[in-house]
Design a protein around this ligand. Structure first.
Ligand code: IMP
Ligand code: MG
Length: 181
């Protein structure tokens, strides 16, 4: 495996800043809901964030997973392929769908619509980064750590390039020579 130093051009969000914002968000979510919550991390990118976020939510939490793969090495968006075999009944429950990075919002909208069929009381999304002014998901209520448009290809903290680098504890720009070759 390449070391972090050999693949990261520059750090965009440090581990400390990510964890600090997660604590604040956890408090906010805890005060927004009275009842139990169902967290549904989107595999695989939403896993790191969901794991840290749930530690700061005071409500009772149940976890289920949904899986989607929406981009390939070339970053071309193809139709997301959804895998959801519910182990928890979400009917009339409050659901938070947890993702790493909402780019065009296409993936998220498809997953959101997929879950709606199960008639939850509410669905919100929580993502580490959401690009601003995203018309596809303007109707969906969102929690985020950053509402920004990054100026490069990000990896770390769930974000991958060719399935690698999800384990880096911070988020940084991948060196250009690694994804342009
Ligand atoms: P969307 O459907 O356009 O919102 O994006 C789907 C997915 O593309 C995101 O959840 C990410 O997993 C992936 N993606 C988009 N931009 C980046 C990036 O800069 N780094 C890593 N993954 C990315
Ligand atoms: Mg993703």
């Amino acid at each position: 495996m390449g070391t972090e130093n050999s693949v990261i051009e520059s750090i965009e969000y440090t581990e400390e800043e990510i964890q600090k914002r997660i604590k604040i968000l956890g408090k906010q979510i805890s005060s927004d809901y009275d009842d139990e919550l169902i967290l549904i991390p989107i595999l695989k990118g939403g896993l790191n964030f969901a794991y840290d976020l749930m530690k700061h939510i005071e409500n009772d939490i149940s976890i289920d997973f949904i899986k989607s793969k929406s981009y390939s090495l070339s970053r071309k968006i193809t139709s997301p392929n959804i895998q959801y075999n519910p182990s928890i009944n979400i009917k009339d429950k409050d659901v938070i769908l947890v993702d790493d990075f909402v780019d065009t919002g296409e993936t998220l909208l498809k997953l959101y619509s997929h879950l709606k069929v199960y008639e939850p009381r509410s669905i919100k999304i929580a993502a580490v980064i959401i690009k601003p002014d995203n018309p596809k998901i303007s109707q969906i209520e969102k929690y985020f750590l950053w509402n920004e448009k990054p100026k490069g290809f990000l990896v770390g903290y769930g974000l991958d390039y060719d399935e690698k680098y999800r384990n880096i504890p911070y988020i940084g720009f991948l060196k250009k020579e690694l994804f342009e070759k």
